[in-house]
Design a protein around this ligand. Structure first.
Ligand code: AMP
Ligand code: MG
Length: 321
């Protein structure tokens, strides 16, 4: 049922969907829990402490950091750094970028190279076409897809390591950090909490979750998620996690059903089409940024290529169900 919800439904329902994917499941005696809507999802922070004032102050700082990252990475905002950068595409301009933009682009480009372009942050013109298709429940035309596809190529995003300047070679390229920015925000929020002295916490942003040390008197954080059993049936699972990130990617609630075929909001940059295989990809490893991007990439790739990608990131476990 929840798979049929659209992006426009209330934040509470979105929260329900996210929790179906990844939920911290055990009650801690003394724990503080906070929520914050941002980046089209609901961020959640849990701090196992009795000191609610301290936890609230630290969490507010972490949420403020997420807000500031949204100002940088949101392609829905005309004035965000990413939108301003996209506007320079094809103009021959080298643009100095912020440290956060630099770090995110470096990681995005690494995943693009290692996945042979299955992950591509220059996908924005295609996501725009598909977002319109979802909104209007109307399949995009071949011409729309072909035109947008011409602007997508991570190799046309050039980065100068000395000046931290970036250039977009192709006209009309639009950057879209939707496949990696939430993971980056989760990592950044965790860093803020750690700086405030919090060694045990959970930070979640939709399908991206990261935990640090276990709560006092517990061996681990327990995350409820889904997976396939031996017969391929989707079943509930619990994962014990410490100092680890876990990201899920799949066509939870954003897709277009057209002539009996379901097209996901995750796009294969090589065909320009929303992927049609219905699956979830879950990636766990040390950092949310990489787990988020790898989960999106792994969702696009066929099995053999996915296995090759997995071998390049031995600290990350890629599961598909
Ligand atoms: P995720 O939920 O992390 O898998 O991210 C999905 C979002 O990433 C989409 O809504 C798009 O904004 C963006 N996206 C879609 N396809 C790709 C792709 N092949 N490479 C990079 N980003 C993508
Ligand atoms: Mg992702």
């Amino acid at each position: 049922m929840c798979l049929l919800l659209t992006r426009t439904k209330s934040i509470l329902r979105m929260r329900f969907i996210c929790w179906l994917l990844l939920v911290p499941v055990f009650a801690i005696g003394q724990r503080q829990e906070f929520f914050h809507p941002q980046m089209g999802t609901l961020f959640q922070i849990i701090v196992p402490t009795a000191d609610s004032n301290f936890a609230r102050q630290a969490t507010n700082l972490a949420f403020a950091r997420i807000d500031s990252l949204n100002q940088i990475f949101s392609d829905y905002q005309e004035n965000s750094e990413i939108s301003r950068l996209s506007k320079t595409a094809g103009t021959d301009a080298w643009v100095k970028v912020s440290p956060d933009m630099w770090r995110l682009l470096r990681i995005a480009q690494k995943i693009s190279r290692q996945s042979n372009g299955a992950f591509d942050i220059t996908i924005g013109a295609l996501t725009k076409v598909w977002r319109k298709a979802f909104r209007q429940s109307q399949f995009p035309t071949n011409a729309e897809i072909a035109k947008a596809k011409h602007t997508v190529d991570y190799r046309s995003l050039r980065m100068n390591g000395l000046s931290h300047k970036v250039k977009l070679l192709l006209p009309d390229t639009r950057l879209d950090a939707g496949g990696i920015a939430k993971g980056y925000a989760v990592d950044a929020a965790m860093k803020v909490l750690r700086k405030a002295g919090i060694r045990s916490a959970l930070v979640a942003g939709g399908g991206d979750v990261r935990v640090s040390n276990p709560p006092p008197d517990k061996a681990a954080w327990i995350i409820a998620t889904k997976g396939a059993d031996a017969t391929g049936q989707i079943v509930d699972l619990e994962k014990n996690l410490n100092n680890r990130a876990i990201s899920t990617s799949g066509d939870t609630y954003r897709f277009l059903e057209w002539e009996g075929i379901r097209y996901s909001h995750i796009i294969d940059p090589r065909s320009g089409m929303g992927i049609q295989h219905r699956q979830f990809t879950r990636v766990s490893g040390p950092r949310s940024t990489l787990a988020d991007a790898l989960a999106t990439a792994a969702n696009v790739l066929p099995i053999a290529e996915r296995d090759k990608l997995a071998k390049k990131f031995p600290k990350y476990l890629i599961e598909v169900y």
